[in-house]
Design a protein around this ligand. Structure first.
Ligand code: PMP
Length: 360
């Protein structure tokens, strides 16, 4: 057996160890199919059964209303930066975007290829460490939809509320989906790359209200039309079968754990543990407004950044992996998605304490 390590990668990231073991156990022969799940047809009975079960489990976990479709796509969240305007503009020429971080910036840049983008709030002046009060946002009433990023993975800035708007609300939930309870009925579209809280990379989940499907910009690729997938159980062409299967196993794991209300408590405690350690020290710091600190991605700076490399070397030796911060922020970042147990956060906090004592 390997010595215990905890992987703080921002994505692809840690998977639940129980799920990895289960995958290992069933990798060579899936059910009664006499072949690996990677080798069987997506249209065969065995795969269809797991596909249906995974969708039912995801619907249970998020209490997804019946008038929403769940799509299992490829292309990552980045493909949704294009698919959202292609599908949601629906004859309008303008969309509203909240600019709260590096992923918002990317979504906005892509939307500009299709429409006029009205930025309704902009956190760039404070380096994406705070969010303007919602009542002060400037949302253009002519916009076809409002797009925002509930959790900005790089800066660790997370909304603690859902913007309340009449127009369809679109959320890039890549790094927060399934981490806490949410009211899906408040949204027009929710999308997420799988590689943080769902499973391996290669799969993208889209949850879309039915009435928003079917009116796309003319001349765009068929593979960028939500109806291509909603009319074909996400099997118009070959889906990402292995990540889909693994995601299904993660959904089962999460249900066994007690669902989103249970993981929400665990995630809240994990985040509190880490922010408390940061705030109680003069050596570590996090610049994000306390109200909007992310539960999933916790960046922190060392008071002396010439110690960064030593911190990374020593933490790796201690079995704490992938703590290097994003280059645009510097310092460290601990991503503590659903699969990270409290013990992993406790081990990190202990390491940080010892490192500060020895070198701080
Ligand atoms: N949005 C957010 C919030 C992300 O964290 C990421 C990936 N880190 C992306 C979009 C891009 O996702 P993908 O690589 O799946 O296209």
């Amino acid at each position: 057996d390997m010595t215990q390590v905890y992987n703080f990668s921002a994505g692809p990231s840690m998977l639940p160890s129980l799920v990895l073991k289960q995958i290992q156990q069933e990798l060579l022969e899936y059910g009664n199919s006499k072949a690996s799940v990677m080798e069987i047809s997506h249209r065969g009975a065995d795969f269809l059964e797991l596909a249906h079960k995974s969708e039912r489990d995801l619907r249970d976990l998020l209490s997804i209303p019946d008038n929403y479709k769940v799509l299992f796509l490829q292309g990552g969240a980045s493909a949704q930066f294009s698919m959202v305007p292609i599908n949601l503009l629906r004859g309008k020429s303008k969309a509203s975007y909240a600019n709260t971080g590096q992923w918002s910036v990317k979504a906005i840049a892509e939307a500009k290829r299709y429409c006029e983008v009205s930025v309704c709030t902009d956190s760039s002046a404070n380096n994406f460490t705070d969010i303007q009060d919602f009542e002060d946002w400037n949302i253009d009433p002519d916009a076809a939809y409002l797009h925002y990023t509930p959790n900005e993975t790089i800066v660790g800035l997370e909304f603690d509320y859902i913007p309340d708007v009449e127009m369809p609300l679109v959320a890039d939930m890549s790094s927060t989906i399934l981490s806490r309870e949410i009211d899906v009925s408040k949204y027009g579209v929710i999308y997420a790359g799988a590689q943080k809280n769902i499973g391996p990379s290669g799969l993208t989940i889209v949850i879309v209200r039915e009435d928003l499907i079917g009116e796309v910009i003319a001349g765009q690729p068929k593979l960028f039309d939500y109806s291509t997938y909603s009319n074909n159980e996400s099997m118009f062409n070959t889906p990402a079968t292995f990540p889909w299967y693994a995601a299904g196993r993660v959904f089962e794991w999460l249900k066994d754990l007690g669902g989103l209300s249970a993981i929400q408590k665990i995630n809240h405690t994990k985040a509190q543990t880490l922010y408390k350690a940061i705030d109680n020290s003069n050596f570590y710091s996090n610049p994000v407004s306390i109200k909007y600190r992310s539960w999933m991605n916790v960046p922190f700076l060392l008071a002396d950044d010439s110690l960064n490399n030593l911190f990374l070397e020593r933490s790796k030796e201690a079995g704490l992996l992938a703590l290097k911060g994003h280059k645009s922020v510097g310092g460290m970042r601990a991503s503590i998605y659903n699969a990270m147990p409290q013990e992993g956060v406790d081990a990190l906090v202990n390491f940080m304490h010892d490192f500060e004592r020895d070198f701080g």
